[in-house]
Design a protein around this ligand. Structure first.
Ligand code: ADP
Ligand code: ZN
Ligand code: ZN
Length: 736
């Protein structure tokens, strides 16, 4: 339906103002809502998205400018996504325009319309996807390369890219077309044809009792919005549960969205999903994609041709017309929350989206966030538990009491002995330390000078391999001084341990062992981590030293010993979430041990072996510990029993930031609401990259009360022109 009279389009633009912008347009109708437009904005031409239509504007007629063009190259952003974005903007008190534009692939934020028709796109057919490229004879090398490339690139590839493989690639493509292994994607029509292909799914393993029960519970439940918490110990086969539920979803001709933390979206996971559903187009959306890969994946989701979207945080905004299931794996993971700009939680938005679409959502974790766990206890989510690892016994966890065992370079004799025995058995060990570099502090023995970052309130970390000091907060680097800059003393002392120091200590103790360090420094190069994983699988490594990167979701069958050092530091942290996080992290690390045939062993060096956290961890009993933490939170009035928001401010001087927050607190007190307003305080890391930061926490028992308060507060704060302070609201903050 096109209106031929002039109407007003209310347009989202990527500007930090909490409003839509009115433009006049001719010949637009309701089916243009969600379409990109070009509009004059100031002296420039901007790309916007039509969010609403109106018959008139509150602006004076001479101030209403004309839409330059409506881009009808692709279907509009669907209403449910726009409504999710509106919710997001309201709930997080962030400009709608920024939210909408940031949710689009970069290519769609450009002024040029897409010219999709001209570029011929090819993709694998179901048959092609089922062909094992490696099994092709060597004389078909080119065909094999094309197949592999198409598989790696989410299936749809333009001809220019394909023909660039080799001068004769054109022939290979032609041959593959004739074989029916690849096909031309011909706009939306053939896309839908693909979605109508009969579903093939490879058979998975025989389910365990617990898996079967969990799946049956979901199947037997009426359709509609139902949040499930799948709480399963590491290795209990949560992925298999997701796969079966995804199979159901695909069989009903619906799409499934699987959100995973960035670090877990591995080629293995993608391969597993593709292999299980050979006739389904699987799109994976993550930060490693280039602009056009992301665009194509997004378009395949939007057209409905992709059956499964595997994606990180941002993919919660992907349009999926046939969305029938959302899975959030490792739902407790902090990476689901964006920490700057639009500070949304993809997990929480996933719940909102599932509710709006009236579909089930499965949150999976071995150590659910306490917010989630409390919802399950209270009955708002339904709880499914997997208590037994599928293939092995749960790892045996022991503590090394460092009050009684002297440490050399951070390592105890017991741990070294265990590593030695593991090497002798031909198995692998992993030493986990959550800090990269050589030593976190470089200090002068005679005057106590230490190397500090000039721009942050943090110490510079000493890195031995490139002999530099590095700030892990702002990236600042400096040479390691030959002598103390204050007193000239040459005796500078590295204090504490990082991965590099542990690596070199192990090299000294086990000169014949093959030691591999895995941290952000050694995995920076593209494919570095992939190569390392291959080495580990090929058993070319005896001892791994690594950070968080190693902790998550990798299956190393020969790994049987995990040693943990320096875990205590989070035990008595001022952050009330520290315990919950440490438990989650240690559970994940412990889960790396004993994924193969023999039972894994975990040795944790600590000064507090009797701490309740460590005791519960040894029993693999997160529920018990989580209930304890919940009782403490309830008593202290912390989330999830209250809802919080933090007003964060930064300025060149802390006094300016604090002063702004003081005034913000005053204006907060003027608002009638059942909300507690705390005093402004400096942020835990006061100086960051040359700016000083402070924060002000507000909290309320009722989410609605908090939201109503935030709306009014935000409006008052926005009304003032603050020139010296940058501020932002963080709703449901993970750090207070
Ligand atoms: P989680 O995600 O719960 O930690 P995974 O999904 O990684 O566990 O499963 C652990 C291992 O068990 C994987 O190697 C998986 O292939 C295997 N697995 C899962 N379910 C079964 C099953 N029913 N029978 C045999 N192996 C299974
Ligand atoms: Zn000195
Ligand atoms: Zn710094």
């Amino acid at each position: 339906m096109r209106l031929h009279s002039i109407s007003i389009a209310r347009i989202a633009l990527d500007v930090p103002l909490p409003t839509l912008f009115d433009y006049a347009a001719t010949g637009i109708g309701r089916d243009d809502i969600g379409r990109r437009v070009l509009v004059p904005f100031g002296k420039k031409i901007a790309v916007g998205v039509i969010v609403e239509l109106a018959s008139s504007s509150e602006l004076a007629p001479q101030r209403v400018r004309q839409v330059i063009a409506v881009q009808r190259d692709i279907p509009p952003i669907a209403e449910d996504v726009l409504s999710l974005l509106k919710f997001c903007s309201r709930y997080y008190h962030h400009p709608l325009g920024e939210a909408v534009l940031n949710a689009l692939p970069t290519r769609l934020r450009r002024r040029q319309a897409l010219k999709l028709k001209n570029a011929k796109l090819y993709r694998l057919t179901a048959i092609g996807a089922g062909i094992d490229a490696a099994s092709l004879p060597t004389r078909s090398k080119l065909k094999r390369d094309v197949l592999i490339l198409m598989r790696e690139t989410n299936d749809a590839i333009d001809e220019t890219t394909l023909f660039a493989i080799a001068s004769t690639a054109r022939n290979a493509v032609k041959a593959l077309l004739e074989l029916g292994w690849i096909e031309l994607c011909d706009g939306a029509q053939s896309d839908n044809a693909a979605a109508d292909m009969p579903l093939q799914s490879a058979t998975g393993p025989v389910l365990t009792m617990e898996q079967a029960e969990a799946i049956a519970a979901v199947r037997e439940t009426a359709s509609g919005f139902i949040p499930w918490l799948l709480m399963g110990v590491t290795g209990s086969g949560k992925t298999e549960v997701y796969l079966r539920l995804i199979a159901d979803t695909l069989a009903n001709k619906r799409q499934a969205l699987v959100l995973v933390p960035e670090i877990n979206l591995t080629p293995q996971l993608e391969a597993l999903v593709r292999a299980r559903f050979p006739s389904t187009m699987v799109v994976s959306l993550h930060s490693g994609l280039n602009e056009s890969e992301r665009l194509h994946g997004w378009l395949q989701a939007q057209s409905g041709v992709a059956g499964i979207i595997l994606g990180t945080r941002l993919s919660i905004f992907t349009p999926m017309p046939r969305l029938g299931l959302i899975v959030v794996d490792e739902e407790h993971d902090a990476s689901f929350k964006q920490m700057d700009g639009l500070r949304y939680s993809a997990r929480d938005l996933a719940l909102v989206r599932a509710r709006d679409r009236a579909i089930p959502i499965v949150l999976g974790s071995a150590t659910p966030a306490l917010e989630t766990f409390q919802n399950a206890i209270a009955g708002s989510y339904r709880l499914l538990t997997l208590k037994q690892p599928v293939n092995a016994m749960p790892a045996e966890i022991d503590y090394i009491d460092t009050r009684h065992s002297p440490l050399i370079d951070g390592l105890s004799q017991e741990l070294l002995k265990a590593i030695d025995a593991t090497i002798k058995r031909g198995e692998q060990s992993l030493i986990f330390i959550n800090r990269r570099g050589y030593a976190p502090v470089l200090m002068c023995r005679s005057c106590n000078w230490s190397a500090d970052c000039q721009r942050c309130s943090a110490k510079l970390v000493m890195h031995a391999t490139n002999r530099r000091l590095q700030c892990h907060h702002c990236g600042h680097q400096a040479a390691i001084p030959a002598a103390c800059p204050d007193c000239g003393n040459h005796d500078l002392l590295p204090l504490g341990q990082g991965t590099q120091r542990i690596e070199s200590a192990l090299e000294r103790t086990f000169p014949a062992a093959r030691i591999l360090r895995v941290d952000r420094d050694t995995t920076r190069r593209k494919h570095a981590w992939e190569d390392m994983r291959r080495q580990i699988h090929a058993n070319e490594v005896d001892v791994l030293v690594g950070t968080q990167i190693l902790a998550k979701g990798h299956d190393f069958p020969q790994l049987n010993l995990v040693g943990v050092i320096n875990a205590d530091s989070s035990l008595y942290s001022t952050d009330f979430r520290a315990g919950e996080r440490l438990f989650a992290r240690l559970t994940q690390v412990a889960g790396r041990a004993g994924r193969g045939a023999s039972r894994g062993r975990v040795l944790i060096q600590t000064e507090f072996p009797d701490h309740p956290l460590y005791q519960a961890l040894r029993r693999h009993d997160y529920s018990a510990y989580a209930r304890e933490l919940l009782a403490e939170r309830k008593q202290a009035g912390f989330p999830p029993f209250v809802h919080q928001a933090v007003l964060r401010a930064e300025a060149p001087q802390i006094s300016v930031a604090l002063d702004f927050l003081q005034r913000a607190a005053l204006s907060a007190h003027e608002i009638q609401a059942a909300v507690t307003v705390y005093d402004p305080i400096p942020a835990p890391l006061v100086r960051l990259a040359g700016l000083e930061r402070a924060q002000l926490t507000v909290q309320a028992r009722s989410r609605t009360a908090l939201q109503r308060f935030l709306g009014e507060w935000h409006e008052r704060l926005s009304a003032r022109a603050e020139r010296k302070v940058r501020w932002a609201l963080d709703v449901d903050p993970l750090e207070v």
